[in-house]
Ligand binder design. Structure first.
Ligand code: ADP
Ligand code: ASP
Ligand code: MG
Length: 442
């Protein structure tokens, strides 16, 4: 199998991948009573945040194993650990070498996998912890946001056959040259889904600190409602628009390889949310969720000459520096000059600004302005395809709250607006209300 942009290529066909048979009719829970399955369980930072919590994870894994299933566990670092390591790096250098940053950040996951393996061994369950290099999970060499290129499942399969629980370090990879990489923040989700695809697992369960995927972040809107199901497409939009409950790339993997993913709480039992394919969009609600992102910044190039090639002249060097550009706006020109505005992730802001300032000579004396105080709020729903007027309702709601819209971008199933940061909560809550998403309403 060849590597596609987000695909998995498997070494020498050792694990030739075919689509799982009818993945959507396999109920994910309860496991009990079903014949033996291969289950990938991923536990996020809060779920492994202390020794006590690691013991709870060990109990859960043991229960799944006792029900007769094979279990591959993927772990994050303890909560706060990746940030702590980032802080250490920044205390040394404002722009740490990406290769060394990855060597540092990947250590958090090595701690938790070893501890869980010990906890299982102490309960009499043989377990094997594996770093990405030991699996191996091969990635490209884009340090800090590497892409998985292939996974060799042989060592995992052998260990499973020996009755072991296999525990894989999330978030990390290894290049063909043997350098450690990381997959971007939240990357353990992607490790889990990619492993589930490569191993043709029956289930991929993502255990976290909320009991499923909600209509919006329950930390911002207490009236948010848990969804029983969400389509891959909607979750892909929600994730890429800022809902960090799943990393965007993990949803891409799930969609491309038809991996049924369930998001569950590691603290309380419940059905969670199933991420799956679209069923009947005619019946879908107009809007399924509200996503938002604080990780935004806006750059405006004022008074650039309005001539062919100007967008390329501005955005080419930005993209060459591996900076993602999101919403783009070019004004109508006046006297041959125009303003060109676009958004980037806030952590790429300083670099983007510098690149544009260096370009000044070819931008005809244009002025470069930046604004870090913006956020993006989006409404998402496959039901938008068959319902008109969502944009109008969204703009009307924001107008009623006196929230000024700075930029707008749309796709078939989402509408995003860029607004001032201080209005984030107000915008999310009023849109949540306006589209009838609160608990008790459907
Ligand atoms: P983990 O450490 O388990 O990977 P994360 O912090 O990455 O957990 O993701 C879970 C968090 O995602 C929740 O605590 C919640 O605040 C946030 N979140 C954002 N949007 C949503 C949403 N629509 N539904 C559920 N959680 C969301
Ligand atoms: N530990 C990494 C992070 O904090 C990866 C993850 O938790 O998914 O981003
Ligand atoms: Mg996460």
């Amino acid at each position: 199998m060849e590597a596609s942009s987000s695909g998995i290529s498997l070494r020498n066909g050792a694990l030739a991948y075919t689509l799982p048979f009818s993945p959507f009719i396999i109920p994910l829970l309860p496991f009990a009573g079903r014949k033996m399955a291969l289950i990938v369980q991923k536990f996020g930072g809060t779920s492994v945040g202390s020794v006590e919590r690691i013991q709870v994870v060990a109990d859960r894994v043991l229960a799944t194993k006792a029900a007769g299933h094979d279990v591959v566990v993927v772990l994050s670092a303890m909560s706060g650990e990746t940030d702590r390591l980032l802080g250490l790096a920044r205390a040394i250098s404002q722009q740490p070498t990406p290769r060394e940053l990855d060597a540092l950040l990947s250590t958090g996951e090595q701690v938790t996998i070893a501890l869980l393996a010990m906890a299982l061994a102490a309960r009499g369950q043989a377990a094997l912890s594996l770093t990405a290099a030991q699996v191996p999970i091969e990635t490209d060499a884009t340090h800090t946001k590497a892409r998985i290129e292939r996974i060799d499942g042989e060592r995992i399969r052998t260990a499973l056959q020996e009755g072991k629980v296999v525990i894989v370090a999330g978030f990390q990879g290894i290049t063909a040259q043997g350098d450690i990489t990381t997959l971007g923040r939240g990357g353990s989700d992607t490790t889990a889904v990619a492993l589930a695809a490569a191993l043709q697992a029956d289930e991929c369960a993502i255990y976290t600190d909320v009991d499923g995927i909600y209509t919006t972040d329950p930390r911002v809107e207490a009236k948010a409602r848990r969804l029983d199901r969400i389509t891959y497409e909607e979750m892909l939009e929600m994730a890429s628009l800022g809902a960090k409950v799943l990393q965007t790339r993990s949803v891409e993997f799930a969609m491309n390889y038809h991996v049924p993913v369930r998001v569950l709480s590691s603290f309380v039992d419940g059905p969670g949310t199933l991420v799956t394919s679209e069923e009947n969009s005619m019946e879908a609600p107009r809007v399924s969720g509200i996503a938002f992102s604080r990780n935004e910044a806006k750059i405006t190039v004022v008074g650039v000459p309005d001539r062919p090639g100007i967008a390329h002249a501005i955005l080419g060097p930005i993209s060459a520096a591996n900076i993602n550009v999101d919403v783009i706006l070019q004004n109508v020109s006046e006297q041959g000059k125009t303003d060109f505005t676009f958004t980037v992730e806030r952590n790429d802001f300083d670099r983007a600004l510098q690149i544009l300032r260096d370009l000044a000579p070819i931008l005809g004396g244009a002025e470069v302005r930046g604004d870090k105080g913006i956020v993006k709020v989006s409404v998402v729903g496959v039901g938008m395809r068959s319902h008109a007027g969502i944009a109008a309702s969204m703009f009307e709601t924001l107008a009623r709250e006196n929230i000024n819209i700075q930029m707008i971008s749309t796709s078939e199933i989402k509408i995003s607006v860029v607004i001032e940061e201080k209005y984030l909560e107000l915008a999310v809550r009023s849109l949540h209300e306006a589209f009838g998403l609160a608990q008790g309403e459907t």
